[in-house]
Design a protein around this ligand. Structure first.
Ligand code: NAP
Length: 330
């Protein structure tokens, strides 16, 4: 596989290179791609060095697959150009996710929707991926009616500029701001831009993408997304109302038996998921599983995952692995 990583110098791009190497994705040639300012920069991958090229050069080099994480505008303009050249694109931005002609894929849930004709495949939003990973097996068993989710999101979700802002604030240095407000010692209830309905785009992604991935537009999802000064991953407090009643121990067992999920839920040993320990892990961690005693058929739980891994790079590469294993590239 000749693999282009578009956005190779960014936060997701860097993790993408690590995950490609760790999972031994069969890369015969790496084509790192970034903006003009990075062209010529050297990127190390598996004992070799590769020079960053621009998007036009990358299309002309005709890789087999291009993994995009360079922002929505780049994807909107360039993914179709790659696709027209016969290159399969897996895109991390929000550009194509809700396009009815594009598939939105979490491999453990719906990779079976992919065909050879899918030339641009959308990777879901990071907060959505970890949420649906836990919702999908429970929806199958108990039928979800409504989900209330509050997120506690890592600054790594905003990219390198946000990590720099927190570092500057921590060290008392004045610098460029990724957020409108100080993030150090703060919680900002504002992820992505505001929409006319008073929600943020991030909150509506949780609603709309969940329905698309679970292929069920009767599921109601309402979200509040909050940025916190954490780097290891996103956390989510989730309240789920089911059509049918459940047994909490069975819920725990279902989640424990779901590939990609790790249950960390033992109150005697104070075992529960935390972003500090989720960092650099590919799994989605679930804990604090308990009945909502205020309402029937309703469950509370706490979900944590590294947004740069399962929320972005790992999921993208799992999609590419599925395409490869099922001969759907080219
Ligand atoms: N961070 C997350 O948790 C997360 C999760 C899921 C999806 N995503 C999505 O992934 C994308 C990148 O996020 P990030 O956090 O990695 O951001 P980032 O750290 O700011 O990196 C952005 C990358 O895109 C490249 N880029 C920017 N403008 C470009 C252009 N015009 N042409 C070519 N390359 C360009 C940058 O290259 P230079 O270094 O040359 O500027 C850099 O490699 C975004 O679409 C984001 O929504 C992020």
């Amino acid at each position: 596989m000749r693999v282009a990583v578009v956005g190779a110098t960014g936060m997701v791009g860097e993790v993408m290179l690590n995950v490609l190497a760790e999972r031994n994705f069969p890369v015969t040639e790496l084509i790192p791609v970034a903006s003009e300012k990075s062209v010529g920069k050297e990127i190390a991958f598996k004992d070799k060095k590769y020079k960053v090229v621009n998007l036009q050069t990358a299309v002309e080099m005709k890789p087999d697959v291009a993994l995009f994480s360079a922002g929505g505008e780049t994807s909107l303009e360039w993914a179709p150009k790659f696709a027209e050249a016969g290159i399969t694109v897996v895109d991390n931005s929000s550009a194509w996710r809700m396009d009815p002609t594009k598939k939105l894929v979490v491999p453990e849930i719906n990779a079976n929707v992919l065909t050879k004709n899918d030339k641009i495949i959308a990777n879901p939003n990071c907060s959505t991926i970890q949420l649906v990973m836990a919702l999908a097996p429970l929806h199958k068993e108990y039928t979800i009616k409504r989900v209330v989710v509050s997120t506690y999101q890592s600054i790594t979700g905003t990219g390198v500029k946000a990590v720099q802002q927190l570092e500057n604030e921590y060290n008392g240095v004045k610098g460029e701001m990724a957020y409108k407000y100080q993030i150090h010692k703060n919680a900002i209830p504002h992820c992505d831009s505001f929409l006319d309905n008073g929600y943020t785009k991030e909150e509506m992604k949780l609603t709309n993408e969940t329905m698309k991935i679970l292929d069920d537009d009767t599921i109601k999802v309402t979200a509040t997304a909050v940025r916190i000064p954490v780097v290891g991953g996103h956390s989510e407090a989730v309240n789920i109302e089911f059509e049918n009643d459940f047994d909490v121990n069975k819920v725990r067992a279902i989640l424990q038996n779901t590939p990609g999920i790790m249950v960390q839920d033992n109150l005697d040993t104070f075992t529960y998921p935390m972003p500090l320990y989720a960092q650099n892990k590919n799994e989605v961690f679930v804990g604090r599983i308990r009945r909502d005693e205020s309402q029937e058929n309703t469950l509370n739980m706490w979900i944590v995952a590294d947004n740069l891994r399962k929320g972005a790079a790992t999921n993208t590469i799992q999609i590419a692995e599925y395409l490869l294993q099922n001969n759907l590239i080219g």
